[in-house]
Design a protein around this ligand. Sequence first.
Ligand code: SF4
Ligand code: SF4
Ligand code: FES
Length: 199
Amino acid sequence: MITVSINGKTITVKNKCTILKAAKTAGIFIPTLCDLPGYSPRSVCRLCLIELEGRQNLISACSTLVIDGMKIKTDSEIVTRNRKIIMEFILAEHGECHNKNCSLKKLGQKLGVESTRFSTSPLLEARDLSSEYLKINAHLCIHCDRCIQICHDRKIISRAGKGSFVTMIFDDNCRVDESSCVHCRDCVEVCPTGAISYY
Ligand code: SF4
Ligand code: SF4
Ligand code: FES
């Protein structure tokens, strides 16, 4: 067993436990977007950054294993400030969303972020309504990779492009109705933004 301190609270957890899991065990909230329980961490959203004594940079809680004696802060001023800026960038990626129940916007509000000062280049071809099972609105995508992970066995969804032009594609960038998607809708269930949804 390993003992760590999170926000001054002493916590004992098993070996090979991530900081995120340790915090959850202790009832301490760390926001996440790309983390998908049961899958290897992708660490792409950076929302779970925390402060670790002895380290200059903030580190991601979802991909860092606890080490005995670690002193972790999840609610310090520097963590809160950076988290808010990251959330603003994520909301910028999310684009114009009209969903009043958007879980991403709700998470932003929980973190004290209602809007964003940033903007991203709009994708030219953002919607794919070709399938009668799945609707795609790439404008809303924040590139968290959860859909890629959940569809890992079939490998139907992947990333294409770079920087602000990155987008999720089906097979070799074909329309959804022409892809080998079997309409299990697992990707819809894990998408935090509604970029993939169903009718
Ligand atoms: S609906 Fe199922 S098979 Fe189709 S892309 Fe999503 S996860 Fe993959
Ligand atoms: S479509 Fe949804 S789950 Fe997939 S990367 Fe975009 S936001 Fe994440
Ligand atoms: S949840 Fe850790 S980087 Fe996204």
